[in-house]
Design a protein around this ligand. Structure first.
Ligand SMILES: *Cc1c(COP(=O)(O)O)cnc(C)c1O
Length: 360
């Protein structure tokens, strides 16, 4: 068996140990005689699996007791609508920080529900940075302020948590959740689609402060009401059972390697290896301000776009795939989430040097 080095932005690589364990447990989970996919979500086996996943996630992120953890569906994209439906609480306005494609999409979706203000934007700088705290203008009567804490396409990451006073802070953390420790109490709500850094597609995790829920807009579908989902332990209807199980295995894997502090150390080392290589060369370029560069998603361009296809072909020949940049920006993008080992990044760096020598 040969596993390729997968730089996909999502669905993305999963830790090999997690996949192997899921394989071992495929036909018979813990003597139950069933695959997890075949279990009733109301049965004691699956209820135990879901409860343990939540416990481990709470432990990893040290989630305070006054926060609810929800296992939902619909991806981060559904949260673009679900957040305003639940958090506006009759207040008619919310502020958004624009730092790239995903935060723009979130703001656009919210505009169907309320008056959307721009608290800060880096659009005038081609989304190459995270607007500094001093640039943020949050309306005091906004129901919440939303930002994307890691822009997956542009490769811009907030390495700090914004201060928004009494206005709850909402983060789309889809592409860097669990890549580092985070102080949950600074947020009103954090959400993430699982398929980047947490597990398989089909699961969306929402962490929300309990006083913010229970005020959903009239007409909100029951499965989209955070309070109703919370009261039902995210099992108002059939949850994405297998995705929850695999995410639970990922949480165990993270605990096993030493938790999020160790994960952050590894992610920082991988990112440094790759950015140092790009910066040492005039052949490759990354457009993001150094201090705001993402540790997870590293977009870069070659000196001549005509070399893109030969670059990708050579990478594939060396067992490295999914390096093509997002269709909206072109160039290359290496996504180096938690499951990407240092050796994978080293292989890319070796190839970057080799390719430059031949074509630079
Ligand atoms: C991938 C992604 C999304 C969209 O996720 P879906 O699960 O496809 O809806 C939203 N925000 C960010 C930051 C993402 O990386």
């Amino acid at each position: 068996m040969t596993r390729i080095v997968n730089f996909s932005a999502g669905p993305a690589a999963l830790p090999e140990e997690v996949l192997a364990r899921a394989g071992d447990e495929m036909l018979d989970w813990h003597g139950s005689g069933m695959c997890v996919m075949e279990m009733s979500h109301r049965g004691k086996e699956f209820i135990a699996i879901a409860a343990e996943a939540e416990r481990d996630l709470r432990e990893l992120l040290a989630i305070p007791a006054n926060y609810k953890v929800l296992f939902l569906q619909g991806g981060a994209t559904l949260q673009f609508a679900q957040v305003p439906m639940n958090l506006l609480a009759g207040r008619g306005k919310a502020d958004y920080v624009l730092t790239g494609e995903w935060s723009k999409k979130a703001a656009k979706e919210a505009a169907a529900f309320c008056d959307v203000g721009t608290a800060a934007t880096s659009e005038d700088r081609k989304f190459c940075c995270a607007p500094a705290q001093g640039e943020w203008r949050v309306r005091g009567d906004a129901a919440y302020v939303h930002y994307c804490s890691n822009e997956t396409i542009g490769g811009v990451e907030f390495h700090w948590v914004p201060e928004t006073g009494t206005v709850p802070l909402v983060a789309d953390a889809s592409s860097h959740m669990l890549s580092r420790p985070v102080e949950v109490s600074r947020f009103g709500l954090i959400y993430a689609g699982a398929q980047k850094n947490l597990g398989p597609a089909g699961l969306t995790i929402v962490i929300v402060r309990e006083d913010l829920i229970g005020k959903a807009a009239k007409g909100t579908p029951t499965v989209m009401d955070y309070k109703l989902q919370s009261d039902a332990d995210s099992m108002l209807n059939t949850p994405p059972t297998y995705s929850i199980y695999v995410a639970g295995l990922v949480f165990k894997w993270l605990k096993g390697i030493g938790g999020l502090a160790e994960m952050e150390r590894r992610n920082a080392a991988k990112a440094k290896l790759l950015y140092d290589c790009l910066d040492a060369s005039a052949f490759y370029a990354n457009p993001v301000e150094k201090r705001d560069r993402s540790r997870m998603n590293v977009p870069f361009t070659l000196a001549d776009a005509k070399l893109d296809d030969p670059f990708l072909k050579g990478a594939a020949e060396r067992g490295m795939v999914q390096l093509k940049g997002h269709r909206s920006v072109g160039g290359m993008r290496a996504s180096i989430y938690n499951a990407m080992p240092l050796e994978g990044v080293q292989r890319l760096v070796d190839y970057l040097k080799e390719f430059e020598k031949r074509h630079g």
